[in-house]
Ligand binder design. Structure first.
Ligand SMILES: [Mg+2]
Length: 409
């Protein structure tokens, strides 16, 4: 079998005005933050064609519009190759990109879409699901968590059988978590995402982690910038709350320090940009050796990468939970065939050959690409507010401390 063509499908996933990045289509009372990325989200799918008529589908995140170009650059390396030699093709792509610098999530994203499509082809050629190629199933279904920033959204998730929710903690994190915990009770799992920079110093993050100890969190995510390894060590030494990070890193080399130095309890590589199913398996094995669990990031991902995550999580022992945004945009379900439905807070691991999914090309074509960076739009786009996220700089003077801590906390 030989690769004869590689095509990409880039779509704008979320029309202006659509609510997204929150379960229930709502961000709750602090809804203004949800709107500042409107129109920027894209999904990029890759299709690889073979001379035997078998095709494979993959997906890439990590700046899809740029990755689209990278994939067309990599295409010449793939044409004529046997798609079943996946590791060899991965190595070939890494060597080709080496001269451009470290892989990062753009190179990792390009490799991801191609790698995913290669696994899909291999599964179809052998008439087995991808999880079978990865060592078989440890489990038949994957637990998912949803986003909820307000008690009413969390309660709605609970009603639908979801057993874990995560909130964004850019402001008033302790009060937010206290309200959520009170609403959902002790049994549901709860997490908070601090989104890394530029919000907190390690000292503030350590203090916050201590303040959050009583709420029994499954994790605090990106309490500070993931590049700040010494800062993570300080937070770990100061508080007994599990830490999670890794969504901005790609490949085993990107996550190596967080894992090897035991700075996190939960690794969150993004299934669309960490380097593909091949790299996800390797990252999971590295994590396993450190008793670190896997909870793949899915914040801006589309539905093909979700399938890839299901196959990976089915096959590894240290699968914790999968991030899932099921109702952010009504086009999500129409983009792929079939669209998985969560039941009782779980997704069923697919049994069809390959990944078990394909895109609806006609539907995807209805949403052409537009701008693809997450800049604020609307009334506030030109606003500047020192000490808030509207300061729009990566390294900034810190938030007004009152946004994090009330007297006595
Ligand atoms: Mg995150």
């Amino acid at each position: 079998m030989k690769i004869i063509d590689v095509k990409t499908f880039l779509m704008n996933a979320g029309r202006p005005g659509a609510k997204f990045w929150a379960s229930d289509g709502s961000f709750g009372p602090e809804g203004d933050y949800s709107n500042n990325l409107r129109g920027a989200r894209h999904w990029l799918f890759v299709k690889i064609y073979t001379d035997e008529g078998i095709t494979g589908i993959g997906e890439c995140s990590g700046w899809p519009k740029v990755i689209d170009t990278a994939i067309h650059d990599l295409k010449s390396l793939l044409i004529g190759e046997d798609p079943t030699h996946i590791e060899r093709l991965n190595q070939k792509m890494m060597i080709a990109m080496m001269g451009h610098g470290l892989l990062g999530t753009v190179g990792g994203g390009a490799m991801t879409g191609i790698d995913m499509a290669l696994w899909d082809i291999k599964g179809k050629a052998l008439n087995v699901p991808v999880w079978n190629l990865l060592g078989g199933k440890v489990r038949d279904r994957i637990r998912i968590y949803a986003h909820a920033n307000a008690p009413e959204v969390a309660l709605s998730c609970k009603k639908r059988g979801i057993t874990a929710v995560k909130c964004g903690g850019v402001s008033n994190p302790v009060q937010k978590i206290a309200a959520l915990r009170e609403a959902i009770g002790a049994e549901m799992d709860l997490m908070i995402d601090m989104h890394g920079p530029p919000w907190m110093t390690p000292a503030d993050a350590a203090r916050l982690a201590r303040a959050l100890e009583p709420y029994n969190l499954m994790w605090i995510e990106d309490p500070i910038a993931p590049e700040n390894l010494d800062g993570y060590k300080r937070i770990r030494d100061a508080a007994h709350v599990p830490l999670a990070a890794g969504e901005r890193m790609a490949t085993i080399f990107g996550l190596r320090d967080l894992i090897e130095q035991d700075l996190i309890d939960v690794a969150q590589p993004d299934t669309g940009r960490a380097g593909g199913i091949t790299q996800m398996k390797k990252i999971a094995a590295m994590a396993e050796a450190h008793h670190i669990m896997m909870a793949p990031h899915s914040g801006s991902l589309g539905p093909v990468a979700e399938y890839a995550a299901l196959h990976v999580l089915a096959s590894i022992p240290n699968a914790l939970i999968l991030e899932r945004i099921e109702d952010d945009w009504d086009g999500r379900a129409k983009t792929v065939i079939p669209h998985p439905q969560q039941k009782d807070g779980y997704l069923t691991v697919p049994d069809a050959p390959g990944l078990g999914v394909d895109i609806d090309e006609a539907f995807v074509a209805k949403f052409p690409a537009t701008n693809n960076v997450a800049v604020p739009i609307g009334e506030e786009s030109n606003s500047y507010a020192e000490g808030t996220y509207r300061e729009h700089v990566y390294v900034q003077t810190r938030f007004k401390r009152g946004q994090y801590f009330k007297a006595g906390e």
